[in-house]
Design a protein around this ligand. Structure first.
Ligand code: ZN
Ligand code: ZN
Length: 875
């Protein structure tokens, strides 16, 4: 059975039994911005299980893309060394939202396993939670499994919970006995052993209780079912493969690695590790980039970077010194195209992102490896086994080596890593780069302020006006006690409603008042320690440290900014809905008068789609949806080395901004209260900013109205000018253009006719001078080019001779002289034109066969042309 069949059979089986097939959610969780990656089938149904999100079905089935890397389940360093650990995998599942429970879940699972997939009952085992008598009875009574193959296990193996609180319940697993040969050989090898003999195939979770903060569990009114079957594992069993890598999901990729590297799979255990790493990581990289993740130095992007660089390092062990990963990842798109056609569509994009990351890292990999090996040899000769933090940092900072690579290299050498020292160096570097960025802000003064533990308290989410004490005044970078009228200063207060520029949203403007004092705030920004700095000019009076002032944000500008900001959330969600899950915000600028939104996407968006996007955004605006803002703990969400080190823009508490169920983002900015406040969204442009990144510019609210009015004004003026109704304009202009084309054609025809007539008439005026045919004549041509054309035309007619043509406008005369080749030994066009031009107050010259000139006395042209015959006679 191919894995495509396996996946399809699973979904079809449950669909036939009343389940709705639900498409895999993106690897970047939409409903849960605190989760690094989608890591199970139930993630997209989390809110449905909690009863917060009603769906129009109560049974669902899916094949879900999952990534486990970089988070709590950091499998990265094991991948390649085992046959079953993966960064990317698919989870097949069936779900009941308060509909059926244990009896049907067990019955269906057993039927699918034994009858449809044809696994022999005598090889299967089942585990249940130790206290779950009900499950035990159901398995024993309703299926044909032998009762002695039902095993009770403890909380660690067979109890599931969504989090510390919330839904939880016992689970039950179906396992297959792969036989003695695969056993670890330990005396206590049985179901629950970590080795591969008893392989877990399918986990059925019985969501039965709700756990509260005190740990007490109460039964749920409507218990639910959540199951998960690893597709790769099941494929291995059905295809008789010893490891997941030997299935049809991996083998085509491994064949590609074989052909690129010239090494064969399963010939050497060391090389096999490298092949498995490359194969596994190619899959993760292709799917992550397909879902819009880009390599970067923080968060999800850094996990992707670690995966890519680890693969490149292992590729090097296979002798692959040129970029190769984009090829193996391209193979993944081929293998997965039936289930994920969108991956194949994004293939070019995925390859180009991988290739540029490969090239970047290959530039430092060799030198880095040499430096690392030398350093490790040195450590060993000193009899040490701990890799110092500053070496780990140097490898990261200078050579771009994620820590995983160092771990891989010393994996079998029993060496430990001084991660504490590494993090200390990282922290210092962060301080240095902050200092660089803010040197113009004279950060030393602000640094002293934060050294005293002072942070500005931002009250601008709720208020636009506040009273507070002046903590610091800076004039030209120097802290001063007081400042007076006309001075440009920076002011820090204990509390402020002013938003300091961050996350793309510009800083607030407004005024600071005091007794007889008024300061205009022209910009607000933050120092790296979250001190909010008001910059501006004292309009009157004076301000001193320690005084209480009133801070008032410019209401109009702030509201306009909030409209533009809020609409970026809507736009982001709509872009994903219309263009696909690969769309991810890549940057934004939110100002009072406009907004800019950059996002990952691989091609230009056509006008129809843009209009559809604009329409859908305005739909959401009109639904007047309230924005819900929730503050929550980010600690657990970001407990990974990647995020702990790099995710510095999020503090201990994160703000989650949601609009019903279609948008949920981590965001520290300020927003409108309801989407209706935005009023109107008008898209201005769409274009490319970098490889794989597009930009949309737009306006909202009053600016959108002004823009629309301006566009209509232009249209009206145009209509009046053309004497047409606005909606007839297209027709009218098309007609005009057609008319113009016709006129141009007519004009060309009559010009040709005129030429012909002129030349016929001219030929009768040819005089023979010194045995040479000479024609000197005034012509009607308004440009030098037209005059030259006419001369060429006449030249073709007279075949041999000298032609002098002149034309005039009220301001000037034009002249052209042509000498045919038979007469070039005696005559020079340049010399002739010079003499003729002199008679019309000009000069000129040119080649022996053709020359042009101009003159400022057009009234003398007839006289000059008459003189041509004499000039030729004398020459
Ligand atoms: Zn074992
Ligand atoms: Zn926001």
């Amino acid at each position: 059975m191919t894995s495509d069949d396996l996946r399809r059979e699973f979904l079809a089986y449950f669909e036939q039994r009343g389940h709705t097939i639900v498409k895999s959610a993106s690897l970047v969780p939409q409903d849960d911005p605190t989760l690094l990656f989608t890591n199970a089938g139930m993630v997209q149904f989390k809110r449905t299980f909690l009863g917060e999100d009603k769906r129009d079905y109560v049974r669902a089935t899916s094949s879900q893309k999952c990534v486990r890397a970089g988070g709590k389940h950091n499998d990265l360093e094991n991948v390649g060394h085992t046959g079953r650990h993966h960064t990317f995998f698919e989870m097949l599942g069936n779900f009941s939202f308060g509909d059926y429970f244990k009896p049907l879940a067990i019955e269906l699972a057993w039927d699918l396993m034994t009858r449809v997939y044809g696994l022999p009952a005598e090889k299967l085992w089942v585990s249940v939670y130790k206290d779950d008598d009900e499950a035990h009875t159901l398995w024993a009574g309703n299926t044909d499994i032998a009762e002695d193959r039902i095993v009770r296990l403890g909380e660690k193996d067979n109890f599931w919970s969504m989090g510390d609180t919330g839904p939880c319940g016992p689970c039950s697993e179906i396992l297959i006995d792969q036989g003695e040969a695969i056993s670890c050989g330990k005396a206590d090898c049985r179901v629950g052993c970590d080795c591969d003999r008893y392989l877990e195939l399918w986990n059925l979770v019985f969501m039965e209780f709700n756990r509260d903060k005190s740990g007490e569990m109460t039964p749920l009114p409507k218990p639910s079912i959540d199951t998960g079957m690893g597709l790769e594992r099941m494929a291995a069993v059905l295809q008789g493969a010893t490891t997941n890598y030997e299935t049809d999901l991996f083998m085509p990729v491994i064949r590609e690695i074989e052909s690129l590297s010239g090494h064969a799979f399963q010939q050497s255990p060391e090389l096999d590790v490298s092949m498995k790493v490359v194969a596994d990581h190619s899959r993760a990289a292709a799917f992550l980039i397909g879902d819009g993740v880009l390599p970067s130095n923080e968060g999800r992007g850094y996990v992707l970077r670690r995966i890519l660089r680890r693969a490149v390092r292992y590729g090097r062990m296979l002798g692959l010194t040129k970029p190769f990963l984009h090829e193996t990842a391209g193979k993944v798109s081929q293998v997965m195209k039936t289930a994920y056609p969108e991956l194949l569509e994004a293939d070019t994009y995925i390859r180009s992102i991988i290739r540029s990351e490969e090239e970047r890292f290959l530039g430092t990999l060799d030198t880095g490896l040499r430096v690392l090996e030398d350093a490790l040899a040195e450590i060993k000769t000193q009899g040490l086994s701990r890799i110092p933090g500053n070496l780990i940092f140097k490898m990261y900072d200078t050579y771009g080596f994620p820590v995983d690579i160092i771990r891989d290299i010393v994996r079998d050498e029993g060496m430990s890593l001084d991660m504490e020292g590494f993090q200390k160096d990282m922290a210092q570097q962060r301080l240095r780069s902050r200092a660089e960025k803010t040197s113009s802000l004279e950060s030393s003064a602000y640094g002293e302020l934060s050294a005293q533990g002072i942070k500005t308290h931002f009250v601008g989410y709720e208020h636009r006006k506040a009273e507070s004490e002046v903590l610091m005044i800076l004039r030209q970078g120097e802290a001063v006690k007081q400042a007076g009228q006309g001075e440009e200063i920076e002011v820090v207060t204990a509390e402020t409603p002013f938003y300091g520029e961050a996350g793309g949203q510009v800083g607030d403007r407004g005024h600071i008042h005091g007794q007889g004092f008024d300061m205009e705030v022209t910009d607000t920004f933050k120092d790296p320690n979250d001190i909010i700095i008001h910059k501006g000019k004292v309009l009157k009076g004076s301000i001193s440290v320690g005084k209480t002032v009133t801070l008032i944000v410019n209401d109009e500008k702030r509201s306009a900014t909030e409209k533009n900001h809020t609409v970026t959330h809507i736009l982001h969600a709509i872009l994903r809905q219309v263009l696909g899950d690969h769309v991810k915000q890549a940057g934004s600028l939110v100002a009072p008068d406009r907004l800019r939104f950059d996002f990952t996407h691989f091609s230009a968006i056509d006008q129809d789609t843009l209009q559809e996007i604009e329409r859908l955004v305005n739909d959401r605006i009109q639904q007047n949806i309230p924005l819900e803002v929730q503050e929550m703990d980010s600690e657990e969400a970001f407990r990974t080395d990647a995020t702990a080190l790099f995710e510095e823009k999020y503090g201990d508490r994160v703000r989650v901004v949601a609009m019903e169920d279609f948008s949920k983002e981590l965001c520290g900015g300020t927003h409108s209260e309801r989407t209706g406040d935005i009023g109107l969204f008008k898209l201005l442009s769409e274009g490319s900013v970098a490889a794989g990144v597009r930009r949309i510019e737009a306006v909202t609210g009053a600016a959108a109205v002004a823009h629309t009015q301006e566009a209509f004004r232009t249209l009206r003026v145009l209509a009046e000018t053309l004497k047409a109704k606005p909606h007839d304009l297209t027709d009218r202009v098309e007609k005009l253009l057609a008319q113009q084309k016709g006129l141009e054609k007519e004009l060309a025809a009559s010009k040709a006719q005129l030429h012909a007539e002129t030349s016929d008439r001219s030929l009768s005026e040819v005089k023979v001078v010194n045995g040479v045919s000479v024609l000197a004549q005034e012509a009607s041509a308004d440009t030098p080019a037209a005059l030259r054309d006419l001369a060429d035309h006449l030249k073709a007619k007279i075949k041999s001779g000298i032609i002098v043509l002149g034309s005039r406008t009220p301001e000037k005369a034009l002249l052209v002289v042509v000498v045919t080749k038979e007469h070039l030994d005696r005559y020079h066009a340049g010399n002739i034109v010079k003499q003729v031009a002199a008679l019309v107050g000009g000069g000129g010259g040119g080649r022996p066969d053709m020359a042009q000139a101009g003159g400022s006395q057009p009234e003398k042209l007839p006289e000059a042309l008459a003189a041509v015959y004499d000039i030729v006679a004398r020459a």
